[in-house]
Design a protein. Sequence first.
Length: 139
Amino acid sequence: MRIFNLKTYKIAKLGLIFIFSLIFCQSLSSQFYWQKTYSAGGDEEAFDICEADNNNYYIVGLTAPSFRNGYVIKINEFGDTIWTKTYLFIGEIYTVAPTNDGGCIFAGYTGQAFACRINSDGDTLWVRQYNTINFQDIK
């Protein structure tokens, strides 16, 4: 006849469930460093992100409180906003790429395709219109 201690079995089972739960929760919580929501008070959409200078990033898209304007947010590595800019030419920014000076070039659509280069402070260096439908990517 085999003697089986039910109490030891339950303790082992609970311990095993606890260990698996701890491992599962740790893997879920370690997937995100931070999460933030950015808003300029309208209907904002972000379409692309790229690296900037000093572990910062540019997020590009549009804001539409009344018209669809290009919108750029510069954030640090923790997601804190460094600056935001609304570019008053009516349009949508779909893609962005970094430049060697810490700025970026972004492109999109305003009735025709456009590209714009800004410096690290968000100041416009140039804007060009192109006779094509749209830009979806910059390399």
